[in-house]
Design a protein around this ligand. Sequence first.
Ligand code: 5GP
Length: 169
Amino acid sequence: MQSEVLINEDRIRERVLQLAAQIDCDYDDKIPILVGVLKGSFIFLSDLVRLLKIKHQVDFLTVASYDGGLTSTGIVRLVSDLSVNIEGRHVLIVEDIIDTGLTTDYILKNLQTRNPASLEFVVLLNKQECRKIDVPVKYSGFEIPDQFVVGYGLDYNQYYRNLPYIARL
Ligand code: 5GP
């Protein structure tokens, strides 16, 4: 694979630290539940939660819209659900990347029906120019152009998740 570093380890670490500080401040008097959207968010989530100072809980859900390739099928499905009841809870969804916004919109609509006290999104990478549907993202790490990226949890055909930086294919 030919790849080129887009965001190096230092920049990722610095930005995740800033996001954690902002979340600490905003959720100071709350006990949020951070929901990692698998699989792509697993490294981002694990770095983020280790930098948080506030009391919080962690859970996961799995959604799929890619079938291993470079483009989304546009059809989002829930592969595995949360393990806890989020009614009345402050929920912070942690995503790796937002592209069209279809996945985020699906998660938003699905989880809103469960009556959380609040529901916000923290996303590491944002491809704003690819958006097909407007989604409210409270915390965004980096704006990136319309290019397929891998590393720091993001895959191509399930490979390259272990790269410590974000690279474009
Ligand atoms: P959306 O529904 O916003 O179009 O896409 C969200 C999902 O598509 C992400 O959670 C991720 O799984 C996948 N995705 C979108 N863009 C990229 C990319 O550049 N690289 C990788 N590896 N996955 C992507």
